[in-house]
Design a protein around this ligand. Structure first.
Ligand code: THU
Length: 158
């Protein structure tokens, strides 16, 4: 038996001002997208913004439903729309932000397992790393590729 260890590294920024201009613009687009969240049940307004390899940006927000499982997270709303309109481009980066009562949450919102799996699939499809930027008011986390959030990615039957 051999014990193995996994190391995950990511960058933490104190504020949006510390980000590159490209990341700051994407982070702000995710924050702005929280305004079109439909979250009457959780009152947790999440926005996501996707930067495509051809420079286009697509946004999405969580959309809830009285039949709870029918709702969809911000990340998948944005990624599925982007993928449906990709026209040969791929997703380079995704930024996520969450608000409560109109205030950006202090801690970054971390994507659910289903959203991580969808990120993983689109990253595998493109063959290029997808960066993930999780935006909080108090700190911002940047992951260089999806494996940092979802180790041992399942991508096909062996
Ligand atoms: N939600 C997202 O949209 N993204 C996340 O990363 C976490 C959770 C949504 C789903 C639901 O509408 C609400 O937040 C509460 O879970």
């Amino acid at each position: 038996m051999t014990r193995k260890e996994l190391k995950i590294s990511y960058s933490e920024y104190e504020s949006m001002e510390e980000l590159s201009a490209e990341d700051r613009t994407l982070a702000q687009a995710a924050v702005d997208a929280t305004a079109v969240s439909y979250a009457p049940y959780s009152k947790f307004n999440v926005g996501a913004a996707v930067l495509m390899s051809d420079g286009r940006t697509f946004t999405g927000a969580n959309q809830e439903n009285a039949a709870y499982p029918s709702g969809l997270c911000a990340e998948r709303t944005a990624m599925f729309y982007a993928h449906a309109h990709a026209e040969g481009a791929y997703i380079r980066k995704i930024a996520v932000a969450a608000c409560r009562d109109g205030e950006l949450c202090a801690s970054p919102a971390t994507p659910c397992g289903d959203c991580r799996q969808v990120m993983a699939e689109f990253q595998t499809e493109s063959g290029k790393p997808m960066e993930v930027l999780l935006v909080g008011a108090g700190r911002i986390w940047k992951f260089e590729r999806v494996e940092s959030l979802l180790p041992f990615i399942f991508d096909s039957l062996q």
